[in-house]
Write a protein that binds this ligand. Sequence first.
Ligand code: ADP
Ligand code: MG
Length: 326
Amino acid sequence: MIRFENVTKRYRGTKRPALAGVDFEVERGEFVFLVGASGSGKSSCLRLILREDVPTTGRVAVLGRDLRTLANRKVPYFRRHIGSVFQDFRLLSTKTVFQNVAFTLQVTGSSRGFVQQAVPEALALVGLEGKEKRMPHELSGGEQQRVAIARALVNRPQVLLADEPTGNLDPATSVDIMQLLARINAGGTTVLMATHEAAFVDQMRRRVIELRDGEMVRDETHGGYGDRSMIPQLVPEEERGAAATAALTAVQEVQRETESLEPLTAEMLASMKAARDAETPAEPAAPAAPRTHPIVLPEVDVAELGMADRLGLSAADDDDEVGPTS
Ligand code: ADP
Ligand code: MG
């Protein structure tokens, strides 16, 4: 689904390459964390996947297309298969929630009828029904990120790229956003998330690819955040217990409010409790399932909303040609 073959990226006027000999493959349906200190090359990787930039040497293939040979005129069509969200949300501040999500569809020529159906469904998927008419500044940070996620999903992408999506959010809100991303992944969308947030990486026990100074130093199927000594601590050691407790409380609140999220919250609760109770990090739980089917979550949530097909969340994949008609 995403393949890096010996990828090196040198930016003009810099001595050291931002990426050096990076080699990995992400399969359909995976949830992958891309971790590493600031400047280690995470965003550069995501930009290469989006074809916002090209490697200096090596090859990047996404959804079966070699991006080196993808014609420039085909890039916009290619990008419709990939949703992306960022730390700073990147909403259009003068447009309503509805207009922000509709915008992508409108610029790609979707019919009015489709927009009227797809936008409310995408907003319902992220839990923002009833907020269509709000302006971005009338929303909390977590809600703004949900709008950005709805916008990323409304085009039915097969892949969702998230570059530090919880970087501007408080711990409780970050838990909500992580749950949402896990649910989206459980519906079949491949998710690649760059993050500093050690707690989530440790709790989720998903695949972890770690970069250090542009080199891949780790690719672990059920990894944790890894060697924290190399990474600036966001939370001082002594406050980790407090942060875990805050996150736990948040999850409990979410659990009370949202019955449909029980399997994930149970999993997260267990690992958070373990992390809080133990001085040393808890041993990774035995992998419950192959990594292409990473977590057990009811898909009814997504299916009931009638979104599975529209958002490309269903199992079937139309690996269609990128072209003016796609
Ligand atoms: P991360 O997202 O992990 O913080 P980046 O991919 O943003 O890392 O950056 C990796 C390295 O490449 C850093 O040293 C950064 O300064 C450098 N870099 C990123 N973008 C550019 C650019 N457009 N021009 C020059 N150097 C860049
Ligand atoms: Mg970055």
